[in-house]
Ligand binder design. Structure first.
Ligand code: ATP
Length: 238
């Protein structure tokens, strides 16, 4: 088994045009670990995800994943390696059916097991089986979010990055979402969870990291973060 972290990011800098957002980010996620990535609006969480996944160019720093150097890699190579992102805002293909959206999830990786994995997804998300022929854009927000996650799982991720999966969901669906994430983690999947929903993500996380102004200000157990008044005030606004 490989020693060290599954995902190992060191000194990552990046941004948009000349605007720097990431200022030397360090982040590690170990195999099977659930890490909650916290930070206020504009801290750079989404930019970090995009840069790690090859959707934004890294200016400097290194991204190692599963023993491979993915710094500067094309997003397709990132997916091939098993680092799968479910983007913010449940970006499903609205005009394609639920089934077609799932099929696209295995375009780059795990294509040989597409049929079997679709069955698995229908088992994990029974609602998707019921509406497999329906256009994704006509489903409810919660269903689209589930579909976006199922599509990500179709690629058999080694590490799954979830960007704000509970955003905009009704309270009951937020509970369902966190139950699902817990199930995935319990199944051994490594998860990097970006959430505004701090309380619930800290409940299920093994470790928490706080990004502020483009660099990592805290990394430790949820207990350490929640147990210190100073840290709670500084990073969680509690
Ligand atoms: P949120 O929780 O609001 O999504 P975030 O932590 O994910 O916040 P980012 O979306 O990464 O933060 O944004 C970090 C900074 O980068 C912000 O100041 C934002 O205005 C800026 N930014 C984001 N996208 C772009 C872009 N396409 N072009 C220029 N600046 C951008």
């Amino acid at each position: 088994a490989p020693v060290g972290a599954l995902l190992d990011i060191r000194g990552l800098c990046g941004g948009y045009g000349r605007v720097q957002v990431l200022r030397g980010v360090d982040l590690q996620v170990h195999a099977g670990e659930m890490v909650a990535l916290l930070g206020s609006n504009g801290a750079g969480k989404t930019t970090l995800n995009k840069t790690v996944c090859g959707l934004c160019r890294a200016w400097s720093g290194t991204i190692r994943f599963d023993g491979k150097d993915l710094s500067g890699a094309h997003y397709r190579a990132v997916v091939k390696a098993g680092l799968i992102q479910v983007p913010e805002g449940r970006k499903v293909f609205p005009d394609l059916s639920v089934r077609e959206n799932l099929e696209l999830g295995s375009f780059t990786r795990a294509h040989e097991r597409r049929a079997a994995n679709i069955e698995k997804m229908f088992h994990l998300f029974p609602r998707l089986r019921e509406c497999m022929a329906q256009r994704a854009g006509t489903m409810s927000g919660g269903e689209q979010q589930m579909l976006a996650i199922a599509r990500g799982l179709m690629a058999e991720p080694v590490l799954l990055i979830l960007d704000e999966p509970s955003l905009g969901l009704a309270p009951r669906l937020v509970q369902e979402m966190f139950a699902l994430i817990r199930t995935l983690r319990d199944g051994g999947l490594a998860v990097l969870l970006v959430e505004q929903n701090v309380g619930q993500s800290l409940e299920i996380a093994d470790r928490a990291c706080v990004l502020e102004n483009g660099s990592m200000r805290f990394s430790g157990t949820p207990e350490a973060l929640l147990g210190s008044d100073m840290l709670r005030r500084a990073y969680l606004g509690l």
